[in-house]
Design a binder for this molecule. Structure first.
Ligand code: HEC
Ligand code: HEC
Length: 103
């Protein structure tokens, strides 16, 4: 997927999976994700270089976004509401493990 669709210019540089064209919309989403994981922007980003993919957490987060999008396409077919990072993470970096199985 590319960040520029139908000749529409975007002020975003390295956005491969999120659908946003406007920086303001993307940053609003980022603020929500930050709360859903209980982290700061610097958990995934090098301060002042948001386009960089050097932080492993950002690379993992991009895959998590893809996983969430694919879950949501299944849920949409069932007319169910969307899942988000919160669905699993509940404000934590590491989602809780099930207490019903041995690890
Ligand atoms: C859990 C990881 C994570 C956190 C926390 C996070 N981001 Fe991001 N951010 C990403 C990922 C992943 C992308 C790229 C998304 C894509 O490829 O579609 C991104 C992209 C961006 C971009 C686009 C840069 C470009 O390439 O043009 C900006 C700006 C940005 N984030 C700002 C923020 C701000 C501000 C915060 C804190 C409020 C924040 N992010 C918190 C993971 C994160
Ligand atoms: C279906 C459940 C689920 C959803 C939804 C989900 N995650 Fe995760 N995430 C996990 C699991 C499980 C792990 C691995 C945690 C572990 O083993 O400790 C993880 C780990 C991560 C990590 C690595 C944390 C670390 O410290 O290594 C990041 C970053 C992350 N998720 C970001 C996100 C973001 C951003 C979203 C929303 C776009 C998201 N996740 C949605 C289940 C989920």
């Amino acid at each position: 997927m590319v960040a520029v669709v139908l000749g529409q210019k975007s002020d975003l540089k390295n956005v491969k999976v999120l659908p946003f064209k406007k920086k303001r919309e993307l940053v609003n989403y980022m603020k929500i994700v930050t709360k859903e994981l209980g982290v700061k922007c610097s958990f995934c980003h090098i301060p002042n270089d948001y386009t960089s993919d050097k932080k492993a957490n950002k690379v993992v987060a991009r895959e998590m976004i893809k996983m969430t999008q694919s879950a949501n396409s299944v849920l949409a077919n069932l007319n169910f509401k969307e899942v988000s990072c919160w669905t699993c993470h509940r404000g934590n970096r590491h989602p809780e493990r099930s207490p019903f199985e041995k690890s």
